[in-house]
Write a protein that binds this ligand. Structure first.
Ligand code: C2E
Ligand code: CA
Ligand code: CA
Length: 668
């Protein structure tokens, strides 16, 4: 139709053009000749001009024909080019189409291979009809024969473990209610050989144009092996290889869970920390293999004694942590611990050996001793240490002060390290007085710590830490040196000799360098050795009697004298004393405190003084605070005394003032 119309239009244009040409041609022939005849008179000229006119006409028409043909040819050519281009484009598109088709075929093929080859099964659930399509792989995993495919979700549900199914259904319900369009779950099914198979199901909701879920589709994987691997990793991460008991990590996680329970405050869970006493000696004497077997036997015994809900874990070595889920009170936890100790005392039979052990137990209970696992474990550790310090084979509940003590100790340790460098130590001196003449015959140098924040710290607050850390050795040297400089100064200015008494610590006494240090100090300060006295305690002296005797003899050879400090608090063995080359025996304050009140103490004091004198040893009474005490001591021939009754320990300048007022002669 369109084509006909176009042909008609073309024809009419051609016809019109031909008619216009014919009319113009006729008019030209008719009027041009007439016009020539009028303009030109000679016929010859008319003939000539007519010839020219003919030529002109031919030229004009030839030019017009040329223009027309040229225009059409050009049009034809551009149409041709456009046609060619379209053809090429078409060919290109066609090629691409072929490629796409090929790759589609390829990816479909790959997808099919992937589904068949992968461990995943595919499922598709039509929600409206409640029909379920399962791939062959799903059938195989679920052990459903291919010719009886399950028809609905309920069929699958029947296969699953009832407990798991509840969770899965809840998740799917939530998913359908719109909380998410993805759903992932793990569940178990019972297999034909009555074992469990673990499955992982992932699903995605598909909605219609109105946003209503119409299908759920996804994959199902058999994850039994990876669950088993997870379990093996968990076993390694959470259990102790030797005993098979849970390890520290597991214990802490369980403890955290127990503490978070809403009824934790009423159940009062308690942590027991058990450590075998002197287990090292079993390892050392019988070997590690036997030690390991004993640890295993201890673990088994703990399991057999403790209630089934009690969590027992091994921390390594011979340490066990236990969690009592429910205790009425700390006393209850204590009685459980006490029972453990007595059960552990019964013989262990390990490889034909009959072994006996004891243990120590620390106890910390929620919430009094800690509201979180970290605090409870730290405090139960402190309680265990206290139980060990108390003398082993016992229990100890946590007491708040213990932690404070630990804290304080750490603070002391840190700042003590710099105290010597910062010149923070001071010496105070307590006069020692001749009981008969009342003259000052000596001074005991006593250390203090001038702490920037705490003020003047007494020695018993920091010396034990210094002793444990070994810092006591340089501190002791400083004391010896400073006291000797002071002793020399006072002796030089006094008419009578003032003996400077310096305390030696256990650590200091044991160092090989002690003798050299003393010699060096005597040399460098220039003090007369007769003006120096060292005090050692009975316990230090008794530790190694032979070494003590030897060292004391060498010190005495230098000219210095020796006092035995704190006599009456330790062994108090006079028979041992006889072996030691000591000059002075210092009767402890504990004796003096009761010397006027207790007849037995009086009797002992009297006999000590007598015996000492019979051994040529002088007796100094420490901590004399009253006139009565002094009187008693004087009557019973004690030689010297020191105590608040005469003077407290004082700093250098106050002692100088005292010396001046008492003797009046010494200060030159
Ligand atoms: P210690 O050697 O038995 O010293 C006597 C302690 O009893 C001193 O305590 C002294 O202040 C105190 N005291 C003296 N008279 C009385 C009294 O009448 N009543 C009372 N209540 N106490 C009295 P301080 O100075 O606190 O020293 C305590 C302990 O610290 C000393 O006991 C000594 O064992 C040790 N210590 C002090 N300075 C040094 C030192 O430089 N080196 C070593 N290794 N130990 C030192
Ligand atoms: Ca002393
Ligand atoms: Ca003493």
């Amino acid at each position: 139709m369109m084509r006909n119309r176009r042909t008609y239009r073309i024809r009419s244009i051609a016809a019109k053009t031909a008619i216009v040409y014919a009319i113009v041609g006729c008019l030209w022939i008719l009027f041009s000749d007439r016009l020539l005849e009028k303009v030109v008179s000679s016929m010859d000229q008319v003939m000539l001009l007519q010839t020219y006119k003919g030529w002109f006409y031919v030229a004009i028409t030839a030019f017009l024909i040329y223009m027309l043909v040229l225009k059409d040819l050009r049009k034809l050519d551009s149409t041709n080019t456009a046609l060619k281009e379209s053809y090429f484009k078409l060919e290109e598109t066609n090629e691409k189409l072929v490629q796409v088709e090929n790759s589609l075929i390829l990816s479909e093929e790959r997808y099919r291979i992937a589904i068949e080859g992968s461990s995943d099964g595919i499922w598709d659930w039509d929600i409206k009809s409640n029909r379920l399509y399962l791939s062959l792989r799903v059938n195989r995993i679920l052990e459903i024969s291919a010719d009886v495919p399950p028809e609905s979700m309920e069929t699958v549900n029947e296969l699953s473990d009832p407990n798991d199914i509840r969770t899965i259904l809840w998740r799917y319900k939530k998913c359908l209610e719109g909380s998410s369009n993805h759903c992932t779950s793990r569940f178990r099914i019972r297999t034909s050989d009555n074992t469990f198979k673990w499955l992982s199901v992932r699903g995605k909701l598909i909605y219609d144009a109105d946003g209503i879920p119409v299908r759920m589709t996804g994959a199902l994987t058999d994850i039994t092996e990876s669950i088993a691997a997870e379990e093996r990793i968990r076993q390694l991460a959470y259990y102790d290889v030797l005993t098979g008991l849970p390890n520290r990590q597991f214990f802490i996680e369980q403890l955290n869970t127990a503490l978070l329970q809403p009824d934790a405050a009423s159940r009062k869970p308690a942590v027991l920390y058990l450590d075998l006493d002197d287990f090292k000696s079993i390892n050392d004497t019988l070997g590690h293999d036997l030690g390991d077997k004993l640890i295993q036997a201890v673990g088994s015994r703990l399991i057999s004694i403790l209630p089934p809900d009690c969590l027992i874990s091994r921390l390594g070595g011979d340490d066990f942590l236990m969690l009592l889920q429910q205790t009425d009170s700390k006393e209850h936890a204590w009685s459980v611990a006490d029972n453990l100790l007595s059960e552990l005392k019964k013989a262990f039979y390990v490889e034909y050996h009959e072994l006996y052990i004891t243990a120590s137990i620390g106890i910390a209970a929620f919430p009094d001793d800690g509201k979180d696992s970290k605090t409870l474990i730290r405090n139960v550790d402190t309680a265990l240490n206290a139980a060990k310090e108390k003398g082993r084979n016992g229990c100890q509940t946590y007491i708040d002060e213990m932690n404070q003590r630990v804290q304080e100790r750490m603070e002391v340790e840190n700042s003590l390290r710099n105290a010597l460098l910062n010149n923070e130590f001071r010496l105070h001196y307590q006069p020692q007085v001749d009981i008969h003449t009342g003259n000052i015959i000596g001074m005991e140098a006593l250390i203090r710590w001038q702490h920037s924040k705490k003020g003047l710290v007494p020695p018993l607050k920091f010396l034990p830490v210094a002793e444990d850390t070994g810092l006591i050795v340089p501190i002791g040297e400083w004391v010896l040196h400073t006291a000797c400089i002071q002793g020399k100064k006072w002796s030089d200015r006094s008419d009578t000799r003032i003996k400077m008494s310096v305390n030696l610590s256990a650590n200091q006494f044991r160092t090989k360098e002690l003798l050299d240090t003393v010699i060096h100090v005597l040399d460098s300060t220039g003090i007369d050795p007769l003006c120096l006295n060292v005090e050692i305690t009975e316990s230090i002296a008794m530790e190694d009697l032979e070494y003590t005797t030897e060292l004391l003899r060498k010190l005495k050879q230098l000219g210095i004298t020796i006092s035995l400090d704190d006599f009456g608090t330790g062994y108090s063995s006079l028979s041992y004393l006889m072996q030691l080359p000591i000059d002075v025996l210092k009767m402890d304050k504990a004796f003096i405190d009761n010397i006027t009140k207790d007849k037995r103490v009086q009797a002992i004091a009297k006999s000590i003084i007598k015996m000492a004198h019979s051994l040529d040893i002088l007796v100094t009474a420490e901590g004399v605070e009253t006139q009565e005490q002094l009187e008693f001591l004087r009557q019973h021939d004690c030689d010297a005394y020191q105590g608040y009754y005469y003077s407290r320990p004082l700093p250098e300048h106050e002692i100088e003032r005292l010396l001046q007022s008492e003797t009046g002669t010494w200060y030159r």
